[in-house]
Design a protein around this ligand. Sequence first.
Ligand code: RNT
Ligand code: ZN
Length: 423
Amino acid sequence: MNKGRIAPSYRIAKEAYAEYGVDVDAAMKRLEKIPISIHCWQGDDVGGFETPGAELSGGGIQATGNYPGKARTIAELRQDIEKALSLIPGRHRLNLHACYLDHGGIFVDRNEIDPGHFQSWIDWARFNKLGMDFNPTYFSHKLAADGFTLSHADKAIREFWIEHGIACRKIGAEMGKQLGTATVINFWVPDGYKDIPVDRTGPRERLAESLDKIFAKKMDPKIHLDAVESKLFGIGAESYTVGSHEFYLGYAVSRQKLLCLDSGHFHPTEMISEKISSVLMFCPQLLLHVSRPVRWDSDHVVILDDELQAIAKELIRSGKMDKVHIGLDYFDASINRVAAWVTGTRNMLKALLIALLEPIEILRKLELEMDFTGRLALMEELKALPWAAVWNYYCEQKSVPVGSGWIEEVRKYEKNVLSKRSS
Ligand code: RNT
Ligand code: ZN
């Protein structure tokens, strides 16, 4: 992009927005304060570093594709994340899964992990000015092979996974303490049946009981927050998911935990943008796993589609951004993985910027006056306002590539770094 065009285009955009009473500079100031929690697992197809060559197994989730250059070591994954971060404007967070521990070559089982196994990640995050979020890993493990973990009928297996949850909370709290920003730790378990169950109640009672044991110790919300994530179905668990939306909504409200809404975890026409306002009324805070389902919970790279914009608008219009944590959750192994991170994260930020540039008061007034013609007509006209000129200016201010300039950077990185990795 011709650099000389950025500032003049921005000035014209500023005037265009001012006509609607929108302060473009204020919108950018708000945008820079919204961190996106960037998921480590896009970098290696949810493999992790528990065993050499570890791969995603079970859990009803799948990464498809075999694009060359996936990160094989912690050092490679960090290098790739650093590359992605250099192409994304603003300061963000790292979302780590427990199976990405740094055990120094000595296998440690999930119930025995401790903060020490994550110290190198914490140090790396501090160096890169990132907050951290965390996830216990309830898949890719022999004790998850039955398709049940925290709700397993076998007490010994439940106990193992309860210990994992407790261990993860200690790790999350340590991350939050050291980095000075609360770590959100998100519990997602794949538990469910492929075929029609006889007993739908028992596993749900066991899941609630296990979670209560995990959450028994009170934690300081300044350093640690617990979230629970629901799901409709998974591959191999089509008929029954223990941790359904109703289950977790009830759990989160009754225990005052954060609820995590994942865009891919509902019926295809059911949108999480519609659920945000209700959840924020009854849960203390909200975690989002922004994803893109294509026909199923396929975890495609987030694009700037209608639902992404609707999510961002709901968040901004709610006026409750201080209660919302935005995380990304997708994993596409069929394209350059650094580009996947950059595309999805930049799109999330673009959607937030578009929402921040909305003349909310004018729209609210039209709605209250029941002028639905005006509301629809204006909403449609607003789509043509020059938000991209503001976005380009924002990227320039944050010293990251403007427009499609970053794609060339990723190509260079692929040529010089990724293509040298053998699979
Ligand atoms: C699975 C859930 C869960 C995972 C990550 C890897 O359907 O969305 O959040 O994607 O924990
Ligand atoms: Zn998710």
